[in-house]
Every structure is written in structure tokens, then in C-alpha cells.
Ligand binder design. Structure first.
Ligand code: EPU
Length: 441
């Protein structure tokens, strides 16, 4: 019996086909690519459509990504009508028939928690599966729940679900002080507060461009929000919102990852369709590392130095250096002269990429939330993989400069957040291609 079940499992694993990126390292890059729309901005915008039960909302510059498809499936499950064409996503949430975000979808993407605030605000109830573990350490949602309770929801956790119900007819405006800056909790609270009765003040609100964009989208639909872009948001609730057409911002992490591809290969490249201001902290670090940065209103050119200089970073909330670029920066520093230090103050355990970089020949130590990178080291290609999005991007960057062939396995992590990265890097001159393979456990 036991033998039979093992055979069955082996058979199942043997049939798992996946994609990998195969990179021949050492190519010099040149030319120009365009940044896609932001994933982390698109997701709350999509959730925000749940607040408007009347007519069709058009979201432009929405990237074609796995996470966007997962969130679309969630909205579809709730009863929304969606269509996607040429980066434009049309959504109507007039016929919502469920207030439940099921485990099967939430476990694929933690950002599903974004439906909590809108569902509560519009329907007075929401049932959202708890997201479960994350590949890079604990990611609690206590601040989301605290804010919903302050706004008048009663929250219980039952059978792995957040069960939220209104204690009165509408959510009630409240004073909400976040002890730490949270993008997700700020977004969820904003979306709940726009339809609440009275005034809500959010203090220590996250100031990431994705939050500012969500504020602008909600305002375009008729929400009344003061203090946009600051750490204090004052929201006067309205009774309903009207549909709007809204254009998403560029993906600052994708753009910065592409610039890192230029820097790690000693090349000069340009990324178009960006707002350089949103990358001020990252561009400053490139300059410290010896790169020349030339910005225009909507483009950034990076020219690499002869020798990359060691440059420390501390990942922190915006406008400081983003945690979502920490892994890519570590890859870059493996090629810099001297020892550099990278601290992540947002996610203390987000270092999945380091053992894999070391397998490629890097010399990096981790101590608590600090990585010490001894550079420069010649990397040599092999098979590598990672279990999260930015760690996978970091391995692709390392592959661009490694001697020989690097195979980055399980590309589905990368596909969550980078729109056809191999095509963009290929256009810049990288020798990179996607291949399908069979994964054996
Ligand atoms: N936190 C709590 N309690 C909460 C919420 C957050 O303690 O209820 C803590 C987190 O553990 C973390 C800090 O607050 O230490 C900040 O987390 P935040 O809530 O800002 O993160 P998030 O909203 O869950 C978004 C991005 C992440 C990005 C972080 C930080 C989306 C969909 N995700 O997550 O993006 O790392 O902000 O900037 O917007 C990625 O794109 O690879 C990614 C992980």
C-alpha cells in the first residue's frame, strides 16, 4: 500500500512541467526598454472597484502578470465582470454575489486581503481567508484588523477565515494611528473609510506612491481625501462612488531591477516611461556605487563605471530604499569592490536569495537582518531557484554576469511580478531564454 502511494506521488511530481530562464552570462547590454505598469499599485486599484456598484471602471496600464490574473479570478469569483485588452482592464462590480475570498485564491496571493475593506464598506460583511505563511518570514495582518474594528466592524477568526460584520448600518469614521507604516493596512483602511459615515483620520499612513495612486483613484470616483501623499490622511466619507477611467503608475521596482541589470553587466541602458522622482533613493545609491545617472521627465539612463564601488543600503518604507529592491542590490554588490552591508528593516528574514547567490560563487554572510557581501567575486553559472519574486529577480541578475550558463528554475515566482522580463532583457542584448522543463521532487 505504502509503495503504491509513493509510486503515485513520484508519477505526479514527474509530470510537473515548469518554466525556467536559461541565461548565458557575460553579455554587454545597451539600448532602451519601457517600464510596465505597477503590480503593487494595480492590485489595490482593482480592489477599489468593489466600492463602486454602478457602471464600468477602466484601469489603464495594468501589467499582464500572474498576480493580476489571480486578483482578477478573485473578483470574478465575487461576481465582478472583467475584460482585459492592451493593458486596459474593464471591471464592473454591479453584480457582486459573494462576500467570501476563498483560501484557494488567497493562499496564492496575500494581497487578496485588499478586498476586506471594500467588501465591508459596501456590503457590511466580508469573509476573507487568512493568507497563511509567506516565503520570507512573518507577515501579520493585525493592523488591517485593528483599523476595521476601529471603523466599527466586529471581527472574529473562524476556521481560518476573517469574519467581519458591521455593528451599525455603515462603517463609522474613526481616528486610526498606525504604530508602524504599512502599505496594505493603509490601503485597506482608506478603501473602507471612503464609504464610512463621518471623518476618518489615518496617522502614520504609508506614503508609498502606490498609496498616493490609490488616493487619486478613489478621488476620481468621488471620494473626499485630504493630505494625499502625506502621513496624515483625512477622509470624509461619502455614500456612493461613481465609475472612472484611471491610469496606473509605472512599476518602480521593475524599472530599478532593469537598471540593476545595466549596472551589474557594466553597461549603459535607458528605462523609459518612468517617474525618476519615485526612485530617488535607489538612484542615489547607484550614484554612490559609481554609476552615472541621467534623468529626464520620464526616463532614466544608467551608465556604469569601470569599477563598481561598495555601497551599503538599509531597506525601509518609502521614500527610503525599498525592501523590494534589497535582493537585487545584494546581487549587484557581489560585483562591487570591497565589503558592503545590507540591512532590511521591513522584513527581517527576507534573505532566501543568499544561499543561492553563494552557490553561484558569491561570498555573503547573514547575521539577523544584515547581509555582509564580500566583493567582487566571479560568479559561475549553475541551476538555482528561489521561493519568492524578488529573490528570483536577484538570481536572474546574477546569471547575467555569471560565467557560463545559469538556469533560474521555477520562473512562476518571477512571473508574479515581472511582465516578460526575458523579452525586455533580451531586447537590451542579454542572452536569455525561457524553456519548459520537468521538475522532479
Ligand atoms: N505589518 C504588520 N502588521 C500588519 C501589516 C504589516 O506588522 O497588519 C508589518 C509587516 O510585517 C512589515 C511591515 O509592516 O514588517 C510593512 O508591511 P506592509 O504592510 O507595508 O507590506 P504589504 O502591504 O503586505 C506591500 C507590497 C510588498 C512590499 C511591502 C513593503 C503589495 C501587494 N505588496 O506589502 O511587495 O514588500 O508592501 O513595501 O503591495 C513584492 O512586490 O515583492 C512585495 C512583497
Amino acid at each position: 500500500m505504502l509503495k503504491r502511494s509513493i509510486q503515485v506521488r513520484l508519477f505526479q511530481y514527474a509530470n510537473q512541467r515548469m518554466d525556467k530562464l536559461v541565461i548565458q552570462g557575460g553579455s554587454q547590454l545597451s539600448g532602451t526598454v519601457s517600464a510596465s505598469g505597477s503590480k503593487n499599485s494595480a492590485l489595490p486599484l482593482m480592489a477599489g472597484t468593489l466600492l463602486c456598484g454602478d457602471g464600468e471602471i477602466v484601469l489603464q496600464r495594468i501589467p499582464d502578470l500572474k498576480d493580476i490574473r489571480t486578483f482578477s479570478k478573485l473578483l470574478d469569483y465575487l461576481g465582478a465582470d472583467l475584460s482585459y485588452h492592451n493593458s486596459s482592464l474593464k471591471i464592473s462590480t454591479s453584480n457582486i454575489r459573494s462576500i467570501t475570498a476563498p483560501y484557494e485564491l488567497v493562499k496564492q496571493m496575500r494581497a487578496s486581503i485588499y478586498v476586506l475593506g471594500p467588501l465591508l464598506a459596501r456590503f457590511g460583511q466580508a469573509s476573507v481567508s487568512l493568507p497563511g505563511g509567506c516565503a520570507f518570514g512573518p507577515r501579520p495582518i493585525n493592523l488591517h484588523l485593528m483599523a476595521m474594528e476601529k471603523l466599527g466592524a466586529s471581527i472574529t477568526i473562524e476556521k481560518g477565515f476573517i469574519e467581519a460584520n458591521l455593528r451599525s448600518k455603515r462603517l463609522k469614521g474613526a481616528e486610526i494611528d498606525f504604530p508602524i507604516s504599512s502599505v496594505g493596512a493603509t490601503g485597506n483602511t482608506l478603501m473602507a473609510a471612503v464609504l464610512a459615515d463621518g471623518v476618518t483620520t489615518i496617522r502614520n499612513a504609508a506614503v508609498e506612491p502606490e498609496i498616493e495612486t490609490l488616493c487619486r483613484f478613489l478621488s476620481a470616483m468621488g471620494a473626499n481625501i485630504q493630505g494625499i501623499g502625506s502621513t496624515t490622511l483625512i477622509i470624509e466619507g461619502v455614500t456612493s462612488l461613481t465609475p472612472a477611467t484611471f491610469s496606473n503608475i509605472f512599476d518602480r521596482i521593475e524599472a530599478a531591477t532593469l537598471l540593476t541589470a545595466g549596472a551589474i553587466t557594466g553597461s549603459s541602458i535607458t528605462v523609459n516611461d518612468v517617474d525618476p522622482v519615485q526612485l530617488t533613493a535607489v538612484l542615489g545609491k547607484f550614484e554612490q556605487a559609481g554609476c552615472r545617472i541621467i534623468t529626464d521627465t520620464d526616463s532614466i539612463t544608467l551608465q556604469s563605471p569601470e569599477t563598481l564601488l561598495r555601497t551599503d543600503i538599509i531597506a525601509n518604507p518609502y521614500p527610503l530604499f525599498p525592501t523590494d529592491m534589497q535582493a537585487q542590490w545584494i546581487a549587484l554588490m557581489t560585483q562591487a569592490e570591497g565589503t558592503s552591508y545590507v540591512i532590511d528593516k521591513v522584513y527581517h528574514e527576507r534573505f532566501n536569495h543568499i544561499p543561492e547567490l553563494n552557490r553561484l560563487g558569491a561570498h555573503i554572510e547573514i547575521n539577523d537582518n544584515e547581509a555582509t557581501i564580500h566583493g567582487p567575486k566571479e560568479l559561475t553559472g549553475t541551476k538555482v531557484m528561489s521561493t519568492d519574486l524578488r529573490a528570483s529577480a536577484c538570481l536572474v541578475l546574477a546569471g547575467l554576469v555569471a560565467k557560463g550558463v545559469t538556469e533560474v528554475l521555477r520562473v512562476y515566482h518571477l512571473d508574479r511580478g515581472y511582465e516578460r522580463i526575458e523579452e525586455k532583457l533580451g531586447r537590451l542584448g542579454a542572452a536569455i531564454q525561457r524553456e519548459s522543463y520537468q521538475e522532479f521532487a
